[in-house]
Design a protein around this ligand. Sequence first.
Ligand code: GTR
Length: 404
Amino acid sequence: STTIMAQQKPFVANYDESKVGQFTLPDPLQIGSKQISSQADWEKNRATWLTLFADHMYGQMPKKSIKQSNTLISQKEILGGKAIQSIWKMDFAGKVQATVVVILPKSSKKVPVFMGLNFCGNQTISTDEGIPVFDKYVVCNNEPKFIKNISQAASRGDWASRWQIEKVIDAGFGTITAACGDFEEDFATGYKNGVRTKLASELGLKPEAWTANGAWAWGLSRMLDLAQSIKEIDGKKVILHGHSRLGKAALWSGANDRRFAAIISNESGEGGAALSRRIYGETIWRITNSFPHWFIPTYATYADRENELPFDQHILLSLMAPRPVYVASAFGDQWSDPKGEFLSAKEMEKVYALYGKKGLGNIEMPGLNQPVGKLIRYHIRDGKHDINEYDWEQYIKFGKEEVR
Ligand code: GTR
């Protein structure tokens, strides 16, 4: 659009600590004129923070519930009989459908699960031919696996490394995923074909009142509804995770929906776990110009005046309290500001202390591949922007220790 064109200027990311700038972070315990000093106080007032995030950044979340029906489409044994893979179709008011893959280890007890959205279709998580190839727009475009942003059968298993299904199953966890594009396709006008538009009257929200992040966060909550209806799953042990842009959505979802047992942010960066006040790597200016549909227009007005934001991302993380949270960075992903993610995680402890829980304390930014913390954990691994086997090994350990 012309407004965005008029704003174009060359963007040079800062990677120099001495140029990050000075800032004071808002205190999560200072809500308006009220100083929060107890758990009960925080519980009573935390919604004020959610409202600020909605009004200045991620947009509103629907307050109305909708008619959702879940249909089991197919079911089979996989991994040599170790697990059962089910394909579910969720239908919303007969107007929107989303396909969900549910893979559970065979077990006599209800199992805990990891849940997250995928970027380029369910078929990318494994080569199993029982998973339908996604047919909407995806951000992947490398031929012949994806042609003009549409998934081809050749993309089966393309991102299996990001899901580590067998490792997860062997550890006794299930895994649940859906393509983010079933809720909103990831481009500026993708909302026209997604839940924001198609369910506007049912959800009582105009499409412009919320965002792609909101649509994905809402989708995750509906997937949680499905998970809680499946008797083999322990619905109180659903661990939410997300990588990068889908990590931003996972954080927004976890802050709004307290039924998620734990939240994992994998390199969610700017607009996710990283502090916006730190001018390092991606900035508000850059992200709101590249991805206008992820945030409401108000957020773009904070570009170059980050200090005026009524919150910063450590408060989004604090809204997860008292649940376990894992924030992970990668050294090769300076764009998402690993240090800004660490500092943000470190600031959570004030709110956790109200619940008698510990945060990162006096732990300093660790070296590579040295996870720190317990209920609140952090690591920075070597390697590029990705979610890989190392990350999953840590998340499984975290899930076993803090959730199961
Ligand atoms: C980048 C974007 C990041 C992150 C990333 C991703 O282009 O600048 O904020 O979301 O995409 O999702 O991989």
